[in-house]
Design a binder for this molecule. Structure first.
Ligand code: GLC
Length: 629
């Protein structure tokens, strides 16, 4: 059952598609203060799930989180917010219910941080709709919530293939070289991503004539080899006269404005740039149709980036910073003055001051950005989705985004942003997956091997062994880091076997995904959701159920070649070793399972269909399977 309590929401976020009548009075379960702080007292056993893309464990109790889409390049456990704002939690204790706080303003979720027994949830402004969802089971709560927010995005089968990405493939020879190396090594691949390097001066919807002289030819050639090219699109548009996207948008007043009605100018990759006002339907359609420049070249997939929106600085605050730094000239810089001087520039990025000084024109009126901040990336994804649905027949396109708000799950997937080549980030990614599914985001994955920092052979092997179960399976890394393609470490056999296993598992993984989307279920679930009466299962933070009948328990620590695995019931252990599959019956309970580097071990409750190996999804035969058990 769902009850809705309305506290002067000022904009319809569009997150909820099945309307629920307003129930008046005090909400069930929470007490509410006059300034809009929602409180709940937890008993010792209470667990809290949800919040989508956030740091820390599956059980969110014990930390303070913020919903405020943030370009945060260090996903350490002291952080409060990442790129998504996913305001749905499930409280599971003496009382059990879900709560969705529908508002685009910043929300703080203090989940037993200030006071270990108290959940307190505070919006920056007391304007929101609160939905309280009750059901008999945890899965039931998610099911009702997901039915209310609408069907999750499903890309075509080819998007479930493996993809290689790297910021720093600077020309079409680099792309071709990556394709050659994969195919020569016999490693399956379906997609190669184009980062900002393909553009001319980082300008959206342009292609560098010098470095990518024939993108259409490249895309056709790759297409014949079973590989699709997936370019990036950034939110900000370079401010440059003579650049048609800027000229048109500026002429028509399509960019966000400052308090004087002038275009608000920010610095991002292209230098001084402006922000399309996606809240205005006309702008949304205009920007979306610009993707045609690339779909006309045969492109069928995009990743939308920098759409929190990320701001390195604003023109105005940058000018102020230059003035301020002058005041330090000639001074002896002691500890405080030195750090003060250093801060003058670092505090410019993504500042609240900037987010509070530009405006959107929405169908509900004019809003200062900070009041609708969490919807910006969502509106960009919606714009792209609506246009691509027209531009590409049969919805045969892939779309995912970095920033998101609940509702965006209907229009695209998300990736979890700029993680690091750290062991801890395998576990973090595992823990984010079910929380994202609760919030509707089903087509999800992390940058395999880690985006920042330098990857090692063993880290990549272990990361792939987990990520072969994630719907979005993409290896991506930052410019200047060590190469981490599946061929980058000399030997390729071990990588080939793991990626090949992904393809062999696609009959199960893809049909599980479709089943979960069609039935508002989660593709990834914590064990607690399937084994509600099992107190041990409830504690397990590093294993997941995948689809109906698989359980995964990846290795995520350096040099480990075994780990403890909890089986909530007896299951078959399935082991892939050097491309060979073997199985073994294991009883309910704890097991110490050996997983030498290169082996992939997981568990199944039912006979598992395995396809024949394939070099890409167009070669894959989903119905030609053998069953292993
Ligand atoms: C951002 C994205 C990253 C991309 C980079 C350059 O940091 O998160 O994936 O590679 O920008 O475009």
């Amino acid at each position: 059952m769902i009850k809705r309590y309305s506290y002067s929401p000022f904009i319809d976020t569009g997150a909820v598609v099945t309307k629920v009548d307003i129930t008046c009075g005090k909400p069930d379960f929470f007490s509410v203060s006059e300034d809009g702080v929602f409180s709940f007292v937890m008993d010792d056993k209470t667990r809290v799930y949800g919040l989508g893309e956030a740091v820390r464990g599956i059980n969110k109790r014990g930390w303070i989180y913020e919903s405020f889409c943030t370009d945060e390049p260090f996903h350490t456990e002291d952080k409060r917010s990442l790129y998504g704002a996913h305001n749905f939690i499930i409280i599971d204790g003496k009382e059990r219910f879900g709560a969705f706080f529908d508002t685009p303003v910043r929300l703080t979720f203090d989940i037993g941080y200030t006071d270990s027994d108290i959940i307190s949830i505070k919006p920056d402004k007391f304007c929101l709709d609160l939905y309280i969802i009750t059901a008999d089971t945890l899965k039931g709560i998610v099911g009702e919530f997901r039915a209310m927010i609408g069907r999750s995005y499903t890309p075509p089968l080819w998007a479930f293939g493996y993809g290689q990405s790297r910021w720093g493939y600077v020309n079409q020879d680099d792309i071709r070289a990556a394709a050659n190396r994969y195919q020569e090594a016999g490693i399956p691949i379906d997609m190669i991503y184009l980062d900002i390097d393909y553009m001319e001066d980082f300008k959206d919807f342009t292609v560098s004539k010098e470095r990518f002289p024939d993108l259409k030819g490249l895309s056709d050639e790759m297409g014949e080899r079973g590989i699709r090219l997936i370019p990036i699109i950034d939110a900000a548009v370079k401010k440059q006269e003579g650049y048609s996207v800027y000229d048109e948008g500026h002429g028509k007043g399509y960019f966000c404005k400052d308090e004087n009605g002038e275009d608000f100018v920010v610095g991002v990759w292209p230098g001084m740039s402006v922000l399309p006002d996606f809240f205005n339907d006309e702008v949304s359609r205009w920007f979306g149709m610009k993707y045609k420049a690339l779909t006309d070249l045969g492109i069928q997939g995009f990743w939308n980036d920098m759409n929190e929106p990320a701001l390195f600085y604003s023109e105005k605050e940058l000018n102020n910073a230059f003035k301020e730094i002058k005041t330090y000239e000639g001074k002896t810089l002691g500890a405080l003055t030195f750090f003060g001087a250093r801060e003058v520039f670092t505090r410019l990025a993504n500042s609240d001051k900037d987010y509070g000084s530009f405006y959107h024109n929405t169908p509900d009126g004019r809003f200062v950005h900070s009041d609708v901040h969490n919807m910006y990336g969502y509106m960009m994804t919606k714009s792209a989705h609506e246009a691509l649905s027209e531009l590409i027949p049969d919805n045969d396109f892939l779309l995912f985004s970095r920033a998101s708000y609940i509702g965006a799950h209907r229009y695209g997937g998300i990736w979890t942003g700029d993680n690091h080549s750290w062991w801890a980030h395998i576990l973090q990614s595992l823990q984010q997956m079910p929380a994202l599914n609760m919030c509707g985001f089903m087509f999800v994955g992390s940058d395999i091997g880690g985006f920042n920092g330098s990857c090692t052979r063993d880290l990549l092997i272990r990361w792939l062994s987990f990520a072969l179960f994630t719907p979005l399976m993409r290896n991506h890394s930052a410019v200047g880091t060590r190469s981490q393609e599946a061929y980058a470490f000399g030997d390729t056999e071990v990588f080939r076997h793991i990626i090949e296993l992904r393809y062999r598992l696609l009959p199960y993984l893809y049909s599980s995904y479709i089943h979960a989307v069609d039935n508002n279920e989660m593709y990834f679930r914590p064990l607690a959701f399937d084994y509600e009466d099992d107190d041990v299962a409830a504690q397990v933070e590093d294993q997941l159920m995948v689809g109906d009948s698989l359980m995964i328990a990846p290795i995520y620590t350096q040099n480990a070649d075994a780990r403890h695995v909890y089986l909530p019931e007896s299951m078959r252990q399935i082991r892939m070793s050097k491309g060979e599959i073997s199985t073994e019956e294991l009883n309910k309970g704890w097991h110490y399972v050996s997983v030498p580097l290169g082996d992939v071990v997981f568990f199944s409750k039912k006979p598992l269909p395995l396809a024949k190996p394939a070099m890409n999804t167009s070669e894959l035969k989903l119905d030609d399977v053998e069953y292993v058990f």
